[in-house]
Write a protein that binds this ligand. Structure first.
Ligand SMILES: Nc1nc2c(c(=O)[nH]1)N[C@H]1C(S)=C(S)[C@@H](COP(=O)(O)O)O[C@H]1N2
Ligand SMILES: [Mo]
Length: 234
């Protein structure tokens, strides 16, 4: 039984896999506990926010999560801070982005990058989350903090978030040969999976890769946990 209907072309997945482009399967964050967000780009004063986040009102939301490859999971409980609160209470008064800097790029500790228009990020359901289903985020799902943008495909929700940069226009940071794969907005309801072809094309292209990608991510996590275990034991 689905509590809410799935968006076009999505299929229900039993649980949330550790997932992404396989290049990132073997990359892990180095800082798992301390939250540090560097705010930069076209701002008056670049800053690194650490403890300040805790002064924002804590919020909890239940939302579904949709990967562009077509798997979806429903009813995840995220806890953390609204992006709009972070923007209005910490970024605007302290870093002071230039008024026209309405395009935002994100950097993650594993090297992952993604972007969204500021307008989309100020929606009520966009969060900087530090908890999933009542527990601190694990390495698998984005420790210590990740963005959660439930109306957008999963690739717009960077895990292990460490940098937020503001730009004047659709500053393009991707090599040209990858640009067709990413949509500037990536809204799930409109099936904006990528930019060079219709939504169904990406769905058909990506769907066969789900199982093997998720296995690769799992295997790399197991190896990482094993290395950690060896390091931690005397
Ligand atoms: N840092 C980072 N963030 C990332 C990714 C990644 O590989 N690295 N993959 C993206 C993709 S494609 C998806 S579907 C979701 C998956 O989130 P999950 O691993 O918590 O399920 O994270 C997104 N954010
Ligand atoms: Mo994804």
């Amino acid at each position: 039984m689905n509590p809410t209907p799935l968006p076009p072309g999505q299929r229900l997945h039993h649980s949330m896999p550790r997932f992404g482009m396989t290049t990132y399967a073997s990359r892990f964050p180095t800082e798992l506990e301390r939250i540090a967000l560097s705010i930069g780009g076209e701002v008056e004063k670049p800053v690194t926010l650490t403890g300040a986040l805790a002064d924002l009102p804590r919020t909890t939301q239940i939302s579904d999560f949709h990967c562009v490859t077509s798997w979806s999971v429903q009813s995840l409980t995220w806890s953390g801070y609204r992006f709009s609160d972070l923007y209005h209470h910490l970024i605007l008064p302290v870093a002071k982005p230039k008024p026209a800097a309405d395009f935002v790029t994100f950097t993650a500790q594993d090297g992952y990058r993604t972007s969204l228009p500021l307008e989309d990020l100020l929606a009520d359901n966009v969060m900087i989350a530090d908890q999933l289903n009542g527990k601190p985020l694990t390495v698998a799902h984005g420790a210590p903090v990740r963005l959660v943008a439930p109306s957008h495909y999963g690739y717009k929700s960077p895990k292990h978030l460490c940098g937020i940069d503001f730009w004047r226009n659709s500053f393009n940071f991707r090599p040209w040969y990858l640009r067709w794969m990413v949509h500037p907005r990536g809204r799930v309801a409109l099936e904006e999976r990528g930019r060079g072809a219709p939504g169904w094309f990406f769905r058909v292209l990506f769907r066969p890769m789900i199982a093997s990608t998720s296995r690769t991510f799992d295997r790399q996590l197991q190896q990482y946990n094993q290395r950690k275990g060896e390091q931690d034991s005397p």
